[in-house]
Design a protein around this ligand. Sequence first.
Ligand code: FAD
Length: 400
Amino acid sequence: MDLRSDFPFWLLDKGIIHSYPSLQQHIRTDIVVMGAGISGALAAWHLAHAGFKTVVVDKRHVGMGSTAASTALLQYEIDTPLTELINLRGERDAVRSYLLSLKAITDLEDICSQWPEVSFTKRPSLQYASYKKDVTALKKEFQLRKQAGIALQWLDKSTIKDWFGFEKEAALLSRDAAEVKAYSLTHALLHNCKQLDLEVYDHTAITRLEENKRGVELTTDEGKKIKARKLVIACGYESARYIPQKIQTLHSTYAIISEPANIEQYWHQNALIWETDRPYLYLRTTEDNRILIGGKDDHFASPRLRDKALHAKARSLEHAFHKLFPHIHFRTDFKWAGSFAATKDGLPYIGCLPGKPHTYFALGLGGNGITFSMIAAQIITRLALGIPDDDARLFGFNRP
Ligand SMILES: Cc1cc2nc3c(=O)[nH]c(=O)nc-3n(C[C@H](O)[C@H](O)[C@H](O)COP(=O)(O)OP(=O)(O)OC[C@H]3O[C@@H](n4cnc5c(N)ncnc54)[C@H](O)[C@@H]3O)c2cc1C
């Protein structure tokens, strides 16, 4: 599957951070993780720290799937508003899903604090009402999130104008969000597990998977065998081929990043910004004072059409930015496109399929893929340790 256009900014910016060999012998391990994107790297990090002998394999190079294209806003705000998620999943499960996403940001901060190169930065997150008609629903959302114990403020028109400089009727300002370099973080996680005996093999495609009573046996494109007690499938949007039911819908999305400027603060605390409209526009700044804008999603998955649309989409994103911030100079430095998968309830799929107790899925689908990957890594590690996990039920394959 062609996951993204050729030149996402992060790859041009950092290039190949660490190289790994391809697998050239048969091996045996406790746990094998398929996929060296942010999901596989977080899972491997947690499993290796829990004491499992862990091996990671990827058919591409590390982080070169969707992770290289990620704009990496870390928000507890799931694409499905809490109001809607309560209707779909009931209040207890919906609130718990939001709170787990919130905790995932803090847990990511703890890990990232040791690596300045991943540029983890705490930011507030602003969600504005795109239209006047959205204000009532946003107010309800505010009340429900407050009741759930989430720290956020209601901003009125004049405060939005003062703090952000644009005119919108109302907005929610959440205290706890962050940004990170997902591609650099993926490399840091894997590289820094070397002392825990983690092995990474890239350029190694798994062409056959078999689960038996004692564990799993994987075969690579070069005929090498990997025997393990457990398998974690963290193949991103390409994982769908291992799942009998349809769990995801593919879309196309677009992003642009400005030239760096000599401005350290563009708007209130350089908050992450998004909106109530769908598909939503979103923005953030970077540690080198660029502005990153994403959105203008299409409901098709064709990589050919996606990449063909990129030029026009970049102009359309610039236009949307100028409408919000006519006073801020924005010149696109790089643009890229990616496919992304959404689920019906906006939640990820984590855990085993019925009858396959040795294979865990870590599928951080949707706009919050990275916080979901963190939740997946934690749940899977507990399950692998034999610790019952009540949260696994929220993201299981047999949920309503
Ligand atoms: C443009 C864009 C913007 C985004 N913005 C955000 C955002 O702001 N915030 C956020 O949280 N999320 C965002 N996302 C989503 C987030 O980037 C993804 O959820 C995340 O990168 C997925 O990581 P992954 O490790 O699951 O998948 P990937 O990074 O795709 O990694 C999966 C790996 O599995 C490997 N693989 C597949 N099949 C095999 C096989 N048979 N054998 C061996 N290896 C295999 C692939 O080569 C790949 O490297 C965005 C996504 C895109 C495209």
